[in-house]
Design a binder for this molecule. Sequence first.
Ligand code: DLL
Length: 433
Amino acid sequence: MERYYQKEIECASREELKAIQDEKLVKQVKHVWDNVPYYRKKMEEKGVTPDDIKSVDDLHKLPFLTKADLREAYPYGLMGKPLKDCVRIQSTSGTTGKRVVAFYTQHDIDLWEECCARAIMAAGGTEEDVCQVSYGYGLFTGGPGLNGGSHKVGCLTIPTSSGNTDRQIMFIMDLQATILCCTPSYAAYLGERMKELGYGPDDIPLKAGIFGAEAWSEEMRQDIQNTLGIKAYDIYGLTELSGPGVSFECSAQGGMHVNEDHFIPEIIDPDTGEVLPDGEQGELVFTAIDKEAFPMMRYRTRDVCSLTREKCSCGRTHVRMAKPKGRTDDMLIIRGVNVFPSQIETVLLKHGYAANYQIVVDRVNNTDTLDVQVEMTPEMFTDNMGEISARQKDLVEGLRSMLGIKAKVSLVAPKSIARSEGKAVRVIDKRKI
Ligand code: DLL
């Protein structure tokens, strides 16, 4: 049976939802105009005033916010509330430029944790469950967000944070954890380690996983589900908008429902800024309509995906976003061809490899090179060169038909590529170094 944390709003009719969004948007635009001089200036430059925004249909009139704006306004320039009203900051893990620092009032924390509670209940969570949160705790939003959601649902929460894999496994087994929250790459690693320790899917008490914070393929989902014997649910979010729980998957596992009573999504053409219709792929843009302290308006996420308003079997009415294919800034342009790391992952897993791989891009004699290093699984590991070379050829062919370009494939020994405990770093682009 499908479970909901806030059924009335999660299953509200589209008309009801639109009315809620209209009302909140008008109020939020006024709040931002009155309290965020940085954004007010942007609106003035575009010749828009709060009077021009009467409903969601007017959303497109508002100016965009980008990561560059966040850098320029760092640290306090986009705040909608005085510091004395704020109770928390969180920050991104970004390694380049200034970090994003997001501010929260207690109201903002509550709505964020409610979004995470919706995600946990959509994954079947109840107060009977034991929820192990293996996302990092601290400035990263993964740990604090899911921790808060788990409390709201009433699960027994195990705040292990990330790392110390054998201790994670000890808690899962000894305390009979039923829900695991971590990045998909860490879930795959936990699965690999549990297998090594002799635990099969039937020995593992977990029933569900809530995995996000990085792009992962459908094939990786199957792999994790089989190894851990669970149903794996995707969850999406970003620090600028609160953290995990902006959208989440339900039992249908067919895209993530956006919490539309808090966040209005749009898909735009990243080059022209034009709004695209449902079903078309483009850059995801969000407007946060109830956040007080850090009210992002038409924030360009750089994530690439599409939206659908088709009916979902779970009964929720909120629009679904497809699994993000990657980020516009993760997209590699190799010899003029657009390549997303997730496409490479799809090919590798279809060919029986696990998601332990590294993509190295370089430029040699003015030509881009793409080297895909992937670990053989222990079962396929061999020193028979003929066999290895046949496998390599097979993969080169698979990659060529997915990407349309030739890649070099290096098969490496099991365990030779470093495992990640948080977001995996899949790409080394030497052209940028
Ligand atoms: O990663 C928040 C989060 C924590 C989401 C835990 C889900 C679970 P940031 O560190 O600010 O916040 O990174 C946000 O991560 O713009 C996407 O590019 C990527 N991302 C997050 N979730 C997904 C997902 C957290 N499910 C950035 N699929 C976003 C693909 C994701 N990419």
